[in-house]
Design a protein around this ligand. Sequence first.
Ligand code: M6R
Length: 366
Amino acid sequence: EKGGYDHFMLKEIYEQPRAILDTYRGRLRADQGIIKMAGIDEHLEKFMNANRIIIVACGTSWHAGLVAEYIFEDLARVPVEVEYASEFRYRNPVITNKDVLIAISQSGETADTLAAIKLAKEKGAFVFGVCNVVGSSIARETDAGAYTHAGPEIGVASTKAFTTQITVLTLIALKLAKEKGEFSESKFHEFLTELETIPAKVEKALESNPLVEIISDVYKDATNCLYLGRGYNFPVALEGALKLKEISYIHAEGYPAAEMKHGPIALIDDQMPVFVIATKKGHYEKVVSNIQEIKSRKGKIIAIVTEGDEQVTELADHVIEVPETLESLSPLLTTIPLQLLSYHIAVMRGCNVDQPRNLAKSVTVE
Ligand code: M6R
């Protein structure tokens, strides 16, 4: 049932090219220049008239929500707020019938996310679900939704759910951008065709696996790690840190690279591995100077870079290449080596990768 892999997590990491394809198959029609999604088409005016979109989720799904915030605001020019479901529901939030709430949940059973949905519905918001499990509580409780079609995710560490959630949310953002006239036909077409190259590019990113395994061996005994990114790749840094924490039990923190100088840089010494997402299109020069700041304090730099990179490659202790893509689609690629890294480190430390201590696949308690 693990398809020849040692763990479900590794199997699910490798399923991502296929899972992403399954997520946009039938929805993305690049040749006709359209995106078809019944859940959006039927409620288009709700989205078009929304004052703002509120995204609620927990854990990895919340990180997908953060990526979506960048995509929705950048492409569709809709204001977005992303909230932990648990905080949202208990803080007497201001919600009106002009709000659209998107709840993201792989399992569709997360108690806090479900409660946040009920609250938003009571206050008159239109509630849209992005779930993986068909017929789950959240899928049933929402006014409309879109499934991720990732297939069953068994490993407690969420991997393919994350990339397919981002895929669905990207489709929605692109659709709204088009409807709102934010995009020319040619720009829209460029996005659609680039999205169609993502499964092959994820496949390419997975080829970094042997190198990631070697790097994992170097850092497997670390007691603390930092993950840094900017813009679209800031949430990827958070997600990289969460993956490492939950399955290898190494303390890790994700940070926006520019925030280093406001505190965390004090932690840097020659024992501190710093994983930096430094792809070409995401504020590259700024990230390069952040890397220099870390280097001069003797931190170890492991950078995720765009194929053919030279500048960061000169500075970093290790680089892992991913294919080039549009900045807004880059999280789908940069997250892959970070998933592999946490996987290998956990295996090397003898941890129970698929069932980490103290964790459940779906958190149905509050
Ligand atoms: O099923 P959900 O997407 O609602 O689950 C949310 C979180 O519990 C989940 O993403 C958790 O953080 C994962 N273990 C992360 O890998």
